[in-house]
Structures are given as C-alpha cells and as structure tokens.
Design a protein around this ligand. Structure first.
Ligand code: ZN
Ligand code: FE
Length: 298
C-alpha cells in the first residue's frame, strides 16, 4: 500500500529510548515531524478485536498514531482509515498471539517502529525494552515497567506526564482481575501487581481484555463484604448492557475492588479461609497464590 507508506514516512515522529539504568541516552532514530505547532490533543481509543480483546490506539496529535498489542491487523487498519491517522509505532506487552498476531502485517504496511519485550521469540521487534527504559513516541513519554507473571517477558507502558497518567498493562492487571500465571510464579505476579498499584490513583488502566463482569463475579465471591465491589458490579453491568467498554479503569478503583491487589486484606483472607483455600492467616503472596488458583477453577 504505497499511499500508506508515504503517509507514514511524512509524519513519523522522533523516537528516543532513554535507558535510565545506566543514565545513557540512546537516540534510535530522529525524523522531524512536519505536523507543525497544532495544539496537542491527548486521545486514546479502543479497537475491539477477536471476542474480547482491546487494541489501544493513541493519537499522537500529529496525524500519526501508535497502537498497543495489535493481535489482529484488520481492525487496526480499519480504525486508521476511518480516523485518517498513519501508524507510526507499535507497542507490544508480551508474546501471546492475541497481542502480536497483527504485528507483521502492520509493520509491512506502514514501515512503523516496533517496541516490545526483550524476547527473541517475537518477530519484528525493533527496540527490545527492559525495566526502567523510557520510550518516546510523538508526544507520549513512556516508562517501561517489567511485570513478569502472566508471561516472563511481560512489560507495561506507563506515561506519567499525561493527564490523567496512562498505563498499558496488557494481561497483567485486568479490571477487577489479573492474568493467569502461564509462565511466572505467584510471587512474581504479586510483585508486578504491587508495582502497578503504586502508581497514582488517577492513572488510567488500559488492559487488553474485556473480562470485567466475569472478574467481578469472582471478586464478589472472594470479597463479599466489599460494598464498593457491589456498586462497581452494578455500574459495569449497565455499561455492558449499553454496549460500552468497562476499560479503562483506574488504579484507585482497582485498589478498592480488585481482589488480586487486596490479597492481604483481612476480608479477602477471611474469604479464602471460609472457602477452605487457606488454612490460617498467612503472608500476602500465599494468599495471592490461593486466590489465583481459586479463580482458575471459578
Ligand atoms: Zn496473554
Ligand atoms: Fe491476552
């Protein structure tokens, strides 16, 4: 698609990776944007894919966009066409097919840069990222947070300077839930979620699946006395009935209602004990592991 390639080349923003661990700054490529001084408008929208995935599209404000976890190229191409944006970059959180399946086709169409985990198993990554790296895409400045647990290569992208701050966390933290432990340990996942939970309460949590209602049913079983949880269930049900996504959430709401961020809370521990999944009061990681195992069978 020559017109897409032309468009892409014309508006590609500057890309910088700033590796904070050793304080050195590496400029990966620097192509001048010709977008001019138009006032910037932050914009993130969801692109539904498969049965319950969300691919997130960020409007860079200069005629270009980046997408997070394009598991399927078709819906992304349609969204780009309808919005008139050129794809400048792809962000990948982990190697699962529903997050990388559209990568090759989009890269071929747009010649865009691909940022993702340091995992040679993912074909097409141009910039392999580690914990603490910074990625600048257009006006967005992301910090990379390693969040192993669902997979070992899982990373999250956090933009602290946005209002509100943005977190793209793939399959690590879901609205009222968390990803399954396919590769990592409960300890790793507990720590990863703990790092995300420390972000500002107003941070938007952009996870990759619409699992919220099922997660809330489990959350109510695990934490039945939590009044915020019941209110949230009613609110999210109404959203789904209206055909509206329940994502993004916020870190503050997750702290109140996500049992996987609350595995040390007395009410959640009591729920685990009542259901016979925890013998006695114990450390939060053991409680987290019991909670995750319960959800696997719920
Ligand atoms: Zn996954
Ligand atoms: Fe997924």
């Amino acid at each position: 698609m020559p017109c897409e390639l032309e468009h892409s080349a014309a508006v590609a923003p500057a890309f910088v990776i700033n590796r904070t661990k050793n304080n050195s700054i590496q400029t990966v490529s620097s192509i001048q944007s010709n977008a001019g001084p138009a006032p910037y408008h932050a914009a993130v929208r969801e692109i539904p894919a498969f049965s319950d995935n969300y691919i997130w599209m960020l409007d860079n404000g200069d005629g270009s966009a980046c997408v997070v976890d394009p598991g399927d190229a078709g819906p992304v191409q349609s969204a780009l066409t309808s919005s008139g944006l050129a794809l400048a970059a792809i962000l990948i959180t982990h190697h699962h097919f529903d997050h990388v399946g559209g990568l090759a086709r989009l890269k071929e169409s747009w010649g865009c840069q691909v940022y993702g985990p340091h995992n040679p198993g993912i074909a097409g990554i141009d910039h392999a990222l580690e914990d603490g790296d910074r990625v600048r895409i257009g006006r967005f400045d992301f910090e990379v947070i390693a969040v192993p647990g669902h997979t070992l290569d899982h990373i999250a992208f956090y933009a602290a300077d946005e209002e509100p701050p943005l977190l793209f966390c793939g399959d690590t933290m879901f609205a009222a839930g968390c990803g399954r432990l396919f590769e990592g340990t409960a300890q790793q996942m507990h720590r990863s979620l703990g790092r995300l939970a420390e972000l500002p309460a107003e941070t938007g949590v952009y996870c990759a699946h619409e699992y919220t209602l099922a997660n809330l049913e489990f959350a109510l079983a695990a934490d039945p006395e939590n009044r915020s949880l019941r209110e949230r269930r009613d609110r999210e049900r109404a959203r789904r009935d209206a055909g509206t996504p329940t994502v993004p959430s916020t870190v503050g709401l997750e702290l109140e209602t996500n049992p996987f961020l609350r595995s040390g809370e007395p009410s959640v521990v009591a729920g685990l004990q009542r259901s016979g999944r925890l013998a006695s009061a114990t450390d939060p990681v053991t409680a987290f592991a019991a909670l995750r195992a319960w959800k696997d069978q719920f």
